[in-house]
Design a protein around this ligand. Structure first.
Ligand code: B12
Length: 439
């Protein structure tokens, strides 16, 4: 079989700096089971492609594809709608499938929104893709929904097929640090960086988090040898000086860290990861730093105990402060991201978060706006309000973006907090101007 994956653009004004590992793994898997696979990585191209360019790219392929797989997050509905049309026009008999974040969040309605699709896959692709490749023509017109199956043992997952991507683009656009130009702004620079992933699912259950695509709360980890082998490969092959582990819970499994850290120290590369503020103390911070860790991204979200509770964040401001100080003490940058406008938030609680950011000298002073991605408990909580503003779920999903702006239609804003709209807008302006002390 000949398979083509198409990766949808996201954050079109930003530099592409994170290789889509999900597609990279599925590409390796497809080849491992004896098929041919190509990736059309539309997110790797800047300026972002026009639809005419996509059509030209599609028609430049010389081989006949059996399956075309669209992949993209919840924010890619418009792209998937347009590209599905182009695919049908150029490959009328092809089996067209969608997987990833968008497909994982919806049932049959996805076929109303993207009628050109033959099937949709919820959850992880590894258990499903081989089934699709057995007889893709049998799926034509079936509107079958696969999933949500999960990979029980991540040791079986092949490494990312780096050859499928324009690696120089990804390597030279820093993943984190001051050159990245994203919510990870920190004082350090990394010249050549790469992302790896070493776990799936999450043992926590925050109400705003949307993770149906990779196993929900089913937390699974890569083995230490598996991670080290991937690290050694990318260091040798791409001369990277920084590795970013993008999984949300890199430091959750302490026995894995006990084994991993001394070995990582020997590799001698600097690295960063994401972690939780209730899972790190001075002793662990010291060991992480000795092993080369210089950056940890934390979802602080709020420093108000009541709002943290509403989020089901399982964190307390005192714990958060202690973790931040532990990192700062050993010279690890604790990069915290924050959410404003969450249900239950008053100006007083937002002031508490702003005060916390200033008190701890954190470099990231911006805040995301509470955004209810479908599939989350937050969405269920606020959906009545959403549908007083938007006429349909499709219209709402088409408007979703990266939570750096509040959503609005006809001058009605989606403000879920306990602040009045005027107060919310005033505070948002202070946040955008970096004037947290004004809140
Ligand atoms: C790195 C990352 C990014 C990177 C880009 C990643 C990329 N792929 O290009 C950046 C920083 C740019 C980013 C941005 C955003 N992100 Co993000 N990101 C992640 C993160 C931390 C890791 C992604 C990853 O590597 N996953 C591991 C791989 C293995 O999983 P995967 O890509 O999902 O692929 C698997 C399945 O989805 C499936 N699959 C994927 N495609 C296909 C196709 C087919 C045909 C099949 C069969 C299967 C299949 O199989 C794959 C292997 O099992 C995840 C959290 C997480 N731990 O996953 C969030 C996550 C993907 N992001 C999320 C969100 C909400 C965003 C933003 C919209 C919001 C924000 N404020 O950040 C923005 C996008 C902005 C925009 N304008 O659209 C959500 C997505 C929810 C959803 N339903 O789509 C996640 C899950 C975080 C969360 N828990 O809420 N993100």
């Amino acid at each position: 079989m000949n398979v083509l994956f198409i990766n949808m653009p996201i954050r079109v004004t930003a530099k592409p700096n994170i290789v889509p590992t999900g597609i990279g793994i599925l590409s390796s898997l497809t080849k491992r089971i004896g098929h041919r696979c190509e990736v059309l990585d539309l997110n790797g191209i800047r300026p972002v492609v026009s639809l005419a360019q996509v059509e030209a790219l599609l028609s430049s392929y010389t081989c006949e594809f059996d399956v075309i797989c669209l992949s993209g997050m919840i924010t890619t509905l418009r792209w998937q709608q347009c590209i599905a049309k182009l695919v049908r026009r150029n490959f009328p008999k092809i089996c067209l499938v969608s997987g990833g974040g968008l497909a994982s969040d919806f049932d049959e309605i996805i076929f109303e929104w993207i009628p050109e699709l033959d099937a949709s896959v919820q959850g992880e692709g590894e258990p499903i893709l081989p089934q699709i490749l057995q007889d893709p023509q049998a799926l034509r017109g079936s509107k079958k929904i696969f999933g949500a199956e999960i990979v029980s043992n991540l040791m079986d997952v092949p490494p990312v097929d780096w050859d499928s991507f324009d690696m120089e683009t990804y390597l030279t656009n820093p993943i984190w640090g001051s050159g990245a130009g994203n919510a990870s702004w920190t004082p350090f620079r990394n010249k050549r960086s790469i992302n790896l992933i070493s776990s799936r699912g999450c043992p926590y259950s925050c109400n705003f988090c949307d993770r149906k695509a990779t196993g929900g709360s089913d937390y699974r980890i890569y083995g230490v040898d598996q991670i080290l082998s991937e690290v050694r490969t990318v260091v040798a092959r791409f001369s990277v000086s920084f590795v970013g582990f993008v999984d949300d819970n890199f430091i959750s499994n302490k026995s894995r860290l006990d084994e991993f850290l001394p070995e990582m120290e020997k590799v001698g590369v600097t690295w960063g990861c994401h972690g939780r503020l209730n899972e790190i103390d001075e002793e662990l911070a010291g060991r992480l730093r000795r092993a080369g860790c210089v950056y940890i991204g934390f979802g602080g979200e709020s420093a108000d105990p009541y709002v943290l509770k509403r989020m089901n964040k399982k964190n307390k401001p005192e714990q958060m402060a202690q973790a931040i100080k532990a990192c700062q003490h050993v010279d690890i940058t604790p990069n915290c991201t924050w959410i404003m406008g969450y249900p239950g938030e008053t100006r007083e609680s937002l002031r508490r978060t702003a005060g916390f950011i200033l008190e701890h000298g954190l470099s990231q002073k911006n805040m995301f706006v509470a955004t209810a991605y479908p599939g989350t408990r937050l969405f269920e909580e606020v959906k009545e309000k959403i549908f007083t503003v938007y006429d349909s779920l499709q219209e709402y999903v088409l408007d979703l973006d990266d939570a750096t702006k509040f959503l609005s239609k006809d001058n009605i804003i989606l403000n879920y907090s306990d602040m009045s709209d005027a107060e919310f807008l005033e505070c948002r302006e202070y946040v955008e101007r970096g004037e947290l002390e004004m809140i």
